[in-house]
Design a protein around this ligand. Structure first.
Ligand code: NAD
Ligand code: 6OD
Length: 503
């Protein structure tokens, strides 16, 4: 990549450096009609990145109308091969413009380019390729049914696109999580209207250029920027022309969207919050457990829904584990995205920094011991306008403390000792959430036994965030509704019509 293209002007905003976002509706970029917009600030240093137009009901309506027209028009008429060839070209074009996507993602999020170039952008492309493979190979069921007259009947299933899909996505892995929904939706013949997070508008906008370049028909992929309540997010999820809503974000937002989706009985697919546990047994390979837990706690500055915020460590190795994770946390280097030595970036925004710091303060008032971190780092003046926090580790909190019960979404974890396998399982499952868990042990039987008892959608053994896109992804309990990935995406993105033929 061109590392210089990631440099932000320090303390000023040059007009040439500004990156304004735009809606993408019916194949054209527009600033919309509301006259409203907001400023997008860099999480790294607080400088202005650009302006983002706020869509209103008119923009949402225009996008849904364009999506419906494409569904009933050129997109709906394509063969599966024509459609999947085009989506393969989308993936290729993202890879061809890799550096531009990387720059845009790092500008919006402040995350290290070393991370985004390994995860966010390659997965953004892979999310289009993988689902074309699924769609090309999937069949449907057929039953031969006996009838009293002896001639029988044939029942077979037809899978058809659900229609216009509303996609509401978050800011932590913006391109990855948005395309994780747009990829299968389009591969299965739907059209989409995306409302990206207000914090991260750039890659969704850039993807519009890619769609036009490769010849995706106008209206298949639409983007309307805006906020949630009383703005584009709410207007999209309330729109009667939207046939299904797929959402990734906070559990509380999911509750609001579910209420909005109730009008017209629209189905939802939800990937929500987590309060994920890691269970580290005394027989674990400690080097691997430390390396994996370092990533699961601190990667993306802790802003990963699958991230670990509760670590349970078997007592004989507790002190050693705490000391080693502390050393790892203290070795992480703050820095700009383009610096290859940067180990940790800022949080997404000043608002989120305030939320995370409120938990740092609450941890102390509730009696936890701070092992490391707990505040804002001292940084050079050129970074002081950013939303930085220290990687933080606590011990000694009560099991009902806020830092144990509530999702913080920051670079922090609490570590607690346990004495028996049963106790570890009970503690890990003692949460309203059920997204992910990581189990660290070299004992094969224990690994399978414990994994089968985790009340979660995804349980890793001796790894974390190791993804095979064919597998079911989603959360149990308050962490979600439904599963996406591989053939599981068919559940939400298609409707089945059963055809019963009396022979
Ligand atoms: P958020 O819920 O605040 O916002 C997500 C999106 O919802 C944004 O685009 C926002 O504008 C929109 N929104 C907000 N209110 C709305 C409303 N009433 N109607 C329609 N849209 C509305 O989430 P966030 O802060 O962007 O992301 C962080 C959260 O997302 C964390 O809780 C994290 O755990 C969760 N998350 C979950 C997964 C997963 O796969 N389970 C993945 C990533 C993030
Ligand atoms: O890997 C994925 O498919 C996925 N949805 C990851 C989610 C990460 C949450 O922050």
């Amino acid at each position: 990549m061109n590392v210089h293209s990631l440099q932000q002007p320090r303390g000023e905003t040059r007009a040439s450096a500004r990156r304004d976002a735009a809606h993408f509706i019916g194949g054209a970029f527009t600033q919309g009609t509301t006259g409203k917009s907001w400023e997008n600030f860099s999480p790294v240093d607080g400088t202005l990145i650009g302006r983002v137009p706020e869509g209103g009901r008119a923009e949402v309506d225009a996008a849904v109308t364009a999506a419906r027209a494409a569904l009933n028009g050129p997109w709906g008429r394509m063969t599966v091969t024509q459609r999947t060839d085009l989506l393969g070209a989308v993936a290729d074009e993202i890879n061809r413009r890799f550096d531009e996507f990387l720059e845009a993602e790092c500008l919006d999020t402040g995350k290290p380019a070393s991370l985004a170039s390994h995860i966010d952008i390659p997965r953004g492309a892979a999310n289009f390729k993988m689902f074309t493979d699924v769609v090309k190979t999937i069949g449907t069921e057929c039953f031969e049914t006996p009838t009293p007259d002896g001639t029988g009947a044939l029942n077979y299933a037809l899978r058809r696109p659900r229609g216009v899909i509303g996609v509401i996505s978050p800011w932590n892995l913006p391109l990855l999580l948005m395309t994780w929904k747009v990829g299968p939706a389009l591969a299965l013949g739907n059209t989409v209207v995306v409302k990206p997070s207000e914090e991260t508008p750039l890659t969704a906008t850039l993807l519009g250029e890619v769609m036009n370049t490769v010849g995706i028909p106008a209206g298949v992929y639409n983007v309307v920027h805006g906020l949630g309540p009383d703005s584009a997010g709410e207007f999209l999820t309330q729109h009667p022309g939207v046939n299904g809503i797929t959402f990734t974000g906070e559990t509380r937002t999911g509750e609001a969207i579910m209420r909005q989706a109730a009008h017209g009985i629209r189905p939802v697919s939800f990937e929500l919050g987590g309060k994920n546990a890691a269970l580290v047994f005394a027989d674990a390979d400690l080097d691997k457990a430390i390396e994996g837990t370092m990533r699961s706690v601190f990667a993306n500055c802790g802003q990963v829904c699958l991230g670990t915020e509760r670590v349970y460590v078997e007592r004989p190795i507790f002190e050693t584990f705490v000391a080693r994770l502390k050393a790892g946390a203290e070795s992480l280097r703050y820095g700009r995205p383009e610096d290859p030595a940067t180990g940790i970036g800022p949080l997404i925004s000043k608002e989120h920094q305030g939320k995370v710091l409120s938990y740092y303060a609450k941890a102390v008032t509730e009696g936890a011991t701070v092992v490391t971190g707990g505040g804002v780092p001292e940084l050079p003046a050129d970074l002081s306008g950013g939303s930085w926090v220290q990687p933080t580790i606590w011990v000694g909190a009560k099991d009902d403390a806020a830092i144990i019960r509530e999702e913080i979404f920051g670079p922090c974890c609490h570590i607690r000792p346990f004495d028996t396998e049963e106790e570890a399982i009970r503690l890990a499952n003692d949460t309203p959430y059920g997204l992910a868990a990581a189990v660290w042990t070299e004992n094969l039987s224990r690994a399978h036994r414990v994994a089968s008892k985790m009340d979660v959608g995804i349980c890793w053994v001796n790894s974390w965030f190791l993804r095979d896109l064919r597998t079911a992804f989603g959360g149990a309990k308050a962490s979600g509704i439904g599963r996406e990935g591989g053939v599981h995406s068919l559940e939400f993105y298609t409707e089945i019509t059963n055809v019963c033929v009396k022979l």
